[in-house]
Write a protein that binds this ligand. Sequence first.
Ligand SMILES: C[S@@+](CC[C@H](N)C(=O)[O-])C[C@H]1O[C@@H](n2cnc3c(N)ncnc32)[C@H](O)[C@@H]1O
Length: 327
Amino acid sequence: MTFDLTCLSTLRSDKTKIALSLEDMERLESFFRESFRIQKLPDNYDLLSLIRDACGRATAERYRDLDEKRGQVSGSGDAAEAKKKFFDLISADPLLGLVHSTRWPFIIDSAAYLTALTRALELQGPFLDIGCHGGYQAICLATECELEGRGVDVSEAAVRYASTQAKELGITSSRLTFDSRRIGDEMPLGGYRLVYSINGPITLDERSFVELLNVLQVGGLFVWVGNASELNFAELHSALNRVGLSLLLADVIGGWNGKVFMARAVLVIGYQQISGESQDVGTELDSVWQGFSSYCNVSGRGSSDKTLSKYRSWVTFGASEGERVRV
Ligand SMILES: C[S@@+](CC[C@H](N)C(=O)[O-])C[C@H]1O[C@@H](n2cnc3c(N)ncnc32)[C@H](O)[C@@H]1O
C-alpha cells in the first residue's frame, strides 16, 4: 500500500479539510463523555476539588503527590517508575475521566484528527497505538473507521481498563487488542499500516525511528502528536531521511481547556521516500493556528467550541455561524 500523494498535498495546502462534520463531532463528544467521562470542564475549574468531590480526599492527596513527584524526578533515573505509578493511578473511573478532561483539547482533537485523516486518505488497518493509556483513541478508530488494531502501554492498569471498555462496547479482541509493553521491549512485529503515538513515549530521533520501522509497514503512515518545543526541524529531517522516512505534513491540534490554550504539534510521517516533502514546517504550523485565533475571537463563541477540531468542522462543513455551530 502507498498513500495517496495527491490527496496528501491537498490536505497539506488546506489543513482545515482534515475535519469531521459537526454531527460526527457531536457523536465523538458523547462517546468520550459516556464511555470515559472525558468532557470539557467548566472554565476555571479546580481539579483537586473535583477529584476530592468525586473520589474522596485520600485519592485527591495521592493524585497530588504522584503528580508532583513525576514533575520533580522528570529526566532522572526515577522518571519511568514515577510516571508508571501516576498513569496506573489514573486508570480507573471516575479519576480517569476527570484527569483526562483537563486535556480535553488534546483528547478530542487527536481522536477527531486521526478519524478524519483515516477517512480522507482511506487508510487501512491494522493500526498500532503506542502509549494508548485507557484506549480512547484506539476504540474510537476501531468504531468510527472499523479498523483493526492494537494498543500498547507500559501501565498494566491502563491496559486492563482499555480491554474492559472495548469488551463493554462489543469490540472483540480479534479486532482490537491491548497489551502492556514498553518501547524497547519486543513490540508486536511488522505489518502495521498506521502507527501513532499521542503525547506518548516516541521521541523524534533516529533510535526511535529505527524501532518504529520494526512495526510499520512499508508505505504505511506514522502520526506523532507531541510538544512542539521538542521539534528541531533540521535534525528531524535528517534523522527521517537517514532511515527512509519522509515528513508529509505538519499540523496542530489543541484548544481551550477551560484555563489555557493548549497546543500540540502533529507530524504525519510516511515510510516511503518521496519528493515534495513538507519543508517549511514552522509556517505550516502557524497558518493553522492563526485562522483558529480569529475563529475563537468571534464574540459569543462557546468555550467548548474552541478546539481546532471544531474550527475545522466549522470551516469545512458549517453552513453558517449560528445555524450549525453552537455559540
Ligand atoms: C501522556 S499519556 C498519553 C496517553 C494517550 N495516548 C493520550 O493521548 O491521552 C502517555 C502514556 O504513555 C505510556 N508510556 C510511557 N512510557 C511508555 C513506554 N516506554 N512504552 C509504552 N507506553 C509508555 C504511559 O503509561 C501513558 O499512558
